[in-house]
Write a protein that binds this ligand. Structure first.
Ligand code: NAD
Length: 366
């Protein structure tokens, strides 16, 4: 029997609560589809600061190094908000882990089942069949990582801060390849988002993407859109997109907008794929819910575990090549949620149903 070995980093807030449910679903999927799971848990984020003095300790790094993939919860919370920005869990855990494993491709499905359109802030007539798009965001380059990055005090006493947006051809081409592979498995349409009317990096982005698609994916319909227009179009008619494809900062903003129009953060999973392959020949990746640690509901047992369960399904698909089990988990979540079992997720506006009850409903459907 195959054994899939991964690191489990539950993190803070609701992270450990929803992780427990996702692991139960993975175990059940293994029994059904004939694979075993083997995982080691480690601290990340705020709990790692408390226990080890740093958000991404060496001991956690060692656990990840010995794994084929990382199943991640979320990090941060009020307890650590007064720390200097560089030491705060999100910045001190997420950015280094992305860098450590060259997690350059963020794949975020934006899915809203037709039965749940009332959870979206968009009018029902704009999304009669729900929403089904994917955002591909470049994750390790651009303005979040470019140098120089500094804040200095000028002679006249004013302060000046600098961030630098940098992209080079190979960085654009490798993420373009992920957009192509994603689109080939879906509607074969990619909209590349940039700001080529203003930014040098966007001019290069558009040129490289156009040439790369012409050479490698003539079957895909490629279009280009400025980011300001893309933000409007996403709110106006999200299903005009199939695969939305963009650089780091634009993707950060657009994927959050996509999250909100899809109704609930508690339903949205994401995959961050690395440049390295694992020992099975699939990309090493980190899989996590799109939302944060939800401090307002942490510890109450009412967090929606679906995003974590769907992240586990993405891990099976991308890092373990277990397509059938991944699809079965996704179908079980859809059936559980659309047949009425939902948590008290704010977006759904229902009376709280427990995290456990939601997990049991998914297990029943698997
Ligand atoms: P959040 O996503 O944690 O919460 C926003 C709202 O969505 C809250 O009302 C919350 O209750 C709700 N929500 C989120 N996930 C839910 C779920 N699974 N089920 C039900 N409701 C859910 O965002 P925030 O409040 O801006 O941030 C809280 C903390 O999380 C902060 O410390 C932030 O830095 C951190 N954060 C971490 C990550 C990450 O680890 N990748 C991402 C975003 C925010």
């Amino acid at each position: 029997m195959k054994t899939f070995k991964f690191a489990v980093l539950p993190g803070d807030g609701i992270g450990p609560e929803v992780m427990e449910v996702a692991l139960a679903v993975l175990k059940a999927a293994g029994e059904k589809f004939d694979f075993a799971i083997e995982y080691e848990s480690a601290d990340i984020g705020g709990i790692a600061i408390d226990n080890h003095g740093t958000a991404f300790p060496d001991s956690t790094r060692a656990v990840c190094d010995a794994s084929e993939a990382i199943l991640f919860g979320s990090v941060g919370g009020p307890k650590w908000e007064s720390l200097p920005p560089k030491e705060q869990p999100e910045r001190a855990a997420l950015l280094p882990i992305r860098k450590a494993y060259s997690l350059y491709a963020n794949v975020r499905p934006g899915l809203l089942y037709p039965q749940l359109t009332e959870a979206s802030p968009l009018k029902k007539e704009r999304i009669p069949n729900g929403i089904d798009i994917v955002c591909i965001r470049e994750l390790t380059c651009g303005i979040y990582f470019g140098q120089p990055k500094s804040t200095t005090t000028l002679e006249n006493g004013e302060q000046r801060a600098i961030d630098t947006m940098v992209y080079q051809t190979s960085e654009i081409e490798r993420i373009a390849q992920v957009a192509i592979e994603t689109a080939m498995a879906r509607g074969r349409r990619v909209c590349s988002v940039d700001k080529a009317n203003v930014l040098e990096t966007s001019v290069l982005w558009r040129k490289v993407v156009t040439e790369y698609f012409q050479q490698n994916a003539p079957a895909i319909e490629l279009s280009h859109m400025y980011v300001d227009n893309a933000a409007m179009q996403l709110a106006r008619d999200p299903n005009q997109f199939d695969v939305l494809f963009t650089e780091n900062m634009f993707g950060d903003i657009l994927s959050d907008e996509m999250g909100v129009i899809c109704g609930s953060l508690g339903m949205l999973a994401s995959a961050s794929l690395g440049a390295e392959k694992n020992s099975l020949g699939f990309p090493f990746g980190l899989y996590e819910p799109s939302g944060g640690t939800a401090p307002d509901i942490a510890g109450k047992g009412i967090a929606n575990p679906c995003a974590q369960i769907l992240s586990a399904a993405l891990m099976l698909r991308y890092s373990f090549g277990e397509l059938e089990a991944a699809a079965a988990i996704e179908a079980a979540v859809e059936k559980a949620v659309t047949s009425g079992t939902r948590t008290g997720d704010i977006a759904f506006g229902l009376d709280p149903v427990s995290t456990k009850a939601m997990g049991d409903a998914v297990l029943d459907q698997l």
